[in-house]
Design a protein around this ligand. Sequence first.
Ligand code: GRF
Length: 202
Amino acid sequence: MLKVGVLASGRGTNLQSIINGIEAGEVPAEIKVVISDREEAKALERAENYGIDAVYVNPQQYDTTKDFEQALLNVLAEYKVELVAMAGFMRLLSSYFIGHYRNQIMNIHPSLLPAFKGLHAQQQALDYGVKVSGCTVHFVDEGVDTGPIIKQKAVEVKSDDTEKSLAKRILNYEHQILPEVIELISKKKVVLKKDNTVRIKE
Ligand code: GRF
């Protein structure tokens, strides 16, 4: 069983989608630990509700980013985590952290990358006037939302959309593709090719 560690900063609906997929028997993985950089994150509460260990790592307790990341890495190592899923984790990871989990960290982002990287991706999509946006699950590299794309889902942008309504519509699909990707990874169907693109095995 694939050992997953989830990093989350907020309400944790994406975490919930992974939990649901596992509970439904669709995702052959186990969430060993949920880690948050925010004590009040609802994600921690959700984990506890399911008997999953929830750990708050306070960034303010560390002098440097490296020390903070080392604390995260220590927790992940303690739980023998094999795949790190960033589910609304609002921090960039440095190459120090990424080097420890090369191509074993994935992130969910609410746009069709490479468009609209970074914060407020849904508002960026509205401001640009695109008619289709969506969400992306990708491996994490040193850039901001730049890593190899594993799976995407397109979502229509409606003329009367607000940031909130578009975010909500996209979120439904985030909840679909995030557990799907963990399922694919746990079934060893995700192949990262030499050219840094991803092929999904049938
Ligand atoms: C999601 O929109 C995700 O794509 C973005 O942050 C949000 C997190 O939502 N990275 P939640 O905490 O999983 O509910």
